[in-house]
Ligand binder design. Structure first.
Ligand code: GLN
Length: 289
């Protein structure tokens, strides 16, 4: 049988559905578009295009990778997030739509502050999706972004280099605040740290558990180990009135608020919900005095 774009999409959709792969038709279209180097829309404009042997062979490997639960974003090497698209690979967490709430919250905090330029620190930069989205919106501010993983920093630097209109980002290597000297320096500290309890990791979808970097997900016994370190140290690095903006698990509101209340430097704590209505972002403001 001669395969065309149309027959191949239909066959792949059924194959993915049989193997319980999420969104089987969309996945088939994204992977075939990627394989042929054309947009999804063009698949429909070229629906009766016959596939060449090499194209078929290439597509077959992509289908097998997805059937083995490799995330689509790692296969295509790209993930859309906020207003841009970012290169991703197994060394970095794939940016989640939930995390856009961290970006929009931070953008409104930056907008409310008349100080110019502001200094913004991101801890645990991964692909760079968060700090780059902020630096694209505020090219005049100064950005600092750290990660313990050198391969993540390499990806983040590459992603930053792809954008033209972007603020300066100083990348650095190290665990959370450890490479930085304490002092009232940053207007905003933002982070999406690992926050999943270690015992929950095994129960995650194979796409996450078997493919994404566990160090970017595992928050220790209670899921709060990294959050605790960041919340307890952040006050020493923020200017008076500065804010710590943290992503957290949907069920961590009480624990994270209680943690922030134990830090006398913070006098206001808010929790913001993501677009799915889940508690997702904690915003802690340092006292002005
Ligand atoms: N929200 C992510 C997930 O559910 C976890 C991200 C994180 O630990 N920072 O996979």
């Amino acid at each position: 049988m001669d395969w065309t774009v149309f027959t191949l999409i239909s066959w792949t959709e059924a194959y993915f559905a049989r193997h319980r792969i999420d969104s089987p038709r969309l996945t088939a279209e994204i992977l075939l578009g990627f394989c042929l180097g054309i947009r999804r829309l063009d698949l429909y404009l070229q629906h009766d295009r016959p596939l060449e042997k090499q194209e078929l062979a290439r597509f077959k490997t992509l289908i097998q990778r997805r059937k083995n639960h490799e995330p689509v974003a790692y296969i295509t090497g790209e993930k859309g997030f906020f207003e841009s698209s970012f290169q991703v690979g197994p060394g970095v967490l794939i940016p989640r739509p939930d995390t856009e709430t961290l970006v929009t919250t931070t953008l409104s905090v930056l907008d409310e502050n008349p100080r110019n330029p502001q200094k913004i620190l991101e801890l645990g930069v991964g692909s760079g999706a968060i700090v780059i989205s902020l630096a694209m919106a505020h090219p005049g501010h100064l950005f600092f972004a750290g990660d313990i993983s050198l391969s993540a920093l390499e990806t983040a630097r590459k992603n930053a280099a792809r954008e033209k209109e972007i603020g300066t980002i100083h990348f650095f290597n190290g665990s959370w605040f450890s490479p930085l000297a304490p002092g009232p320096f940053f207007d905003v500290i933002v982070s999406n740290p690992p926050y999943i309890p270690s015992s929950d990791i095994f129960g995650l979808a194979p796409e996450i558990r078997d493919h994404e970097p566990i160090t970017a997900l595992d928050g220790g016994d209670d899921g709060l180990e990294c959050i605790r370190e960041i919340v307890t140290c952040a006050g020493d690095y923020l200017v008076p009135g500065g804010q710590l903006i943290l992503e957290m698990g949907f069920d961590q509101k009480t624990a994270v608020s209680a943690l922030a209340k134990t830090c006398p430097q913070f006098d206001q704590i808010h929790v913001i919900q993501d677009l799915a209505g889940q508690n997702r972002v904690a915003q802690c403001k340092k006292k002005i005095d």
